[in-house]
Design a protein around this ligand. Structure first.
Ligand SMILES: Cc1cc2nc3c(=O)[nH]c(=O)nc-3n(C[C@H](O)[C@H](O)[C@H](O)COP(=O)(O)OP(=O)(O)OC[C@H]3O[C@@H](n4cnc5c(N)ncnc54)[C@H](O)[C@@H]3O)c2cc1C
Length: 389
C-alpha cells in the first residue's frame, strides 16, 4: 500500500488548491460539513455545485465526454480531502452525482444520458432516492410500491419514506414492483420520475436535530412515461445493488474519516481548554479515540488500494461502515460528557462550543448506524461473507 500521492494526484491537488483559493468565497465556507439545509444553505449548496461543475471539480469520476475527468480513486480522495480542508459547503446534488449518475452511465440509454447527466452535474436538477418504504428498509426487496404498465405509461401507486431532500428534488430515482408474480428480487424495476407529476405528495419528517431532511413521499395513480424505465424491466434490483455499493466503500470512509478527524482535534482542544486533559480517565479515552480515527483512515487506505487495483471492496466495506459509524457515536458521546450541560445549547447559540458543531454531530450520530445499512445488517454481512459463519 502506498500512502504517498503519485504524480497525477499531486498535480490534481495543486490545480484544485489554486482553483479553490480563487473560487470559494469566504462567506460560503462552513464550520460543519453536514450543516442542516436551510433556505440560505440550499442556495449556497446549489451555487457552489454550479461553480464546481464549471471548474470540472464535480463528478470527476465520470467520463470526459459527460463533463467528468475519468478521475482515479486516488484523485477522488484528494478532492474530498481538499474540499473538507477548504471548508467547502455541502453539495445538494449528491444523490444525482454519486448514485443516479453512475447508474445512468452504466445502464441508461443515450437519450436518458443526454437528458439528465449535464443538469445533474451542474445541480440545475436535483435528485432524491426513492427506495425505502414503511415495510421495506433493511429488507428492501420487500418493497410494495407498484408500477403497472398501461399503454405508453407506468402507473405508480405506493409510499416511500426517509426520502432525503424530496422536498426540493426535481426527480426521483424510484424502485417499484412491476411484476408481482416474479420472484421477490426479479419483479423490481427502476424508474426516473419527475417529482412534479400529478399524484405525488411530499410530507417532511422532522428529526431530533430539528432538521427536516427526510420526507414521506406518496404516489397515487402517478402516470410516468414508458421511456422513464432505466435498464430493462426487472433490472431494478441489480441497479439498486450497484448504487448501494457506491454509498459505502473507500469514498464514504475517507469522507467520514475527514469529519471525525476534525472532531477529535476539536475535542482535544476542548479538553485542554477545560483543564481536564490531565485527568487519567479522560486521557485514556481520548487517546483510544484518536487511535481509532487513525485506524479508520488505514482501513480506507486498504480498500482504496484494492479498488485502484480493480478489486471490488466487497464485504470489507461493511467492516468500514460498521467501525466508522460506531466510532462516530463513541466519539460524540465522549464530546457530550466533556461538554456537560453545554451540549444542550442550541447549535445556533453563540455560547455553544465549536459553533454548535458538537451538538449537531451528537444528534446526527444516531443516523450514522442506520443510513446506508444498519449495524446489525453490516455485522451479518461480515459474519457470513468475511468470517464464513
Ligand atoms: C439520515 C438518513 C437518510 C436516509 N435517506 C434515505 C433516502 O434518501 N432514500 C431512501 O430510500 N432511504 C433513506 N434512508 C433510509 C435507510 O436506508 C433505512 O433507514 C435503512 O435501510 C434501515 O431501514 P429501516 O429504517 O426501515 O429499519 P428496519 O429495516 O425496519 O430495521 C429496524 C431495526 O431492525 C434491525 N434489523 C432489521 N432486519 C434485521 C436482520 N435481518 N437481522 C438483524 N437485525 C435486523 C435493524 O438493524 C434495525 O435496528 C435514510 C436513512 C437515514 C437515517
Amino acid at each position: 500500500m502506498d500512502f504517498e500521492l503519485d504524480e497525477r494526484e499531486r498535480h490534481f491537488r495543486d490545480e484544485l488548491r489554486s482553483w479553490l483559493a480563487a473560487n470559494l468565497p469566504e462567506a460560503w465556507q462552513t464550520s460543519h460539513p453536514r450543516e442542516p439545509w436551510t433556505e440560505a444553505s440550499r442556495k449556497i449548496g446549489r451555487a457552489w455545485q454550479e461553480r464546481l461543475a464549471r471548474g470540472r471539480f464535480v463528478a470527476v469520476d465520470w467520463p470526459e465526454a459527460w463533463g467528468g475527468r475519468g478521475a482515479s480513486v486516488g484523485q477522488r480522495i484528494v478532492l474530498q480531502t481538499e474540499l473538507l480542508r477548504a471548508r467547502a459547503p455541502r453539495l445538494l446534488g449528491h444523490v444525482g452525482l454519486d448514485l443516479v449518475g453512475p447508474a445512468l452511465l452504466a445502464r441508461g440509454s443515450e437519450a436518458q444520458r443526454r437528458r439528465f447527466l449535464e443538469r445533474m452535474r451542474t445541480g440545475e436538477e436535483l435528485w432524491c432516492q426513492g427506495f425505502s418504504e414503511p415495510g421495506a428498509g433493511s429488507d428492501l426487496a420487500s418493497l410494495a410500491t407498484r408500477a403497472v404498465r398501461r399503454g405508453d405509461a407506468w402507473v405508480v401507486d405506493g409510499q416511500k419514506v426517509w426520502t432525503s431532500i424530496a422536498e426540493v428534488a426535481d426527480w426521483c430515482f424510484l424502485l417499484a414492483r412491476t411484476d408481482p408474480s416474479a420472484g421477490k428480487h426479479a419483479g423490481i424495476s427502476a424508474l426516473l420520475v419527475d417529482m412534479r407529476t400529478p399524484g405525488i405528495t411530499v410530507r417532511p419528517l422532522r428529526q431530533m436535530s430539528g432538521e427536516a431532511e427526510f420526507n414521506e413521499v406518496f404516489f397515487a395513480d402517478v402516470h410516468v412515461p414508458a421511456e422513464s424505465l432505466l435498464g430493462a424491466e426487472g433490472d431494478g434490483w441489480k441497479i439498486a445493488m450497484d448504487i448501494l455499493g457506491h454509498e459505502r466503500g473507500p469514498m464514504w470512509t475517507f469522507l467520514f474519516h475527514g469529519h471525525l478527524r476534525q472532531e477529535i482535534h476539536a475535542l482535544l482542544d476542548l479538553a485542554q481548554a477545560r483543564g481536564v486533559g490531565a485527568d487519567a480517565a479522560v486521557r485514556q479515552r481520548l487517546a483510544a479515540l484518536y487511535v481509532d480515527v487513525e485506524v479508520l483512515r488505514l482501513l480506507g487506505c486498504r480498500s482504496s488500494t484494492a479498488l485502484a487495483r480493480g478489486e471490488s471492496p466487497g464485504p470489507r466495506s461493511s467492516l468500514e461502515k460498521l467501525f466508522g459509524s460506531e466510532l462516530a457515536q463513541r466519539l460524540r458521546s465522549s464530546a457530550g460528557e466533556l461538554l456537560g450541560p453545554d451540549l444542550l445549547l442550541h447549535p445556533d447559540d453563540p455560547r455553544a462550543p465549536w459553533r454548535g458543531r458538537f451538538t449537531r454531530s451528537y444528534l446526527h450520530s444516531r443516523a450514522d448506524t442506520i443510513m446506508g445499512g444498519t449495524s446489525e445488517i453490516q455485522r451479518t454481512v461480515i459474519a457470513r461473507q468475511l468470517l464464513k459463519l
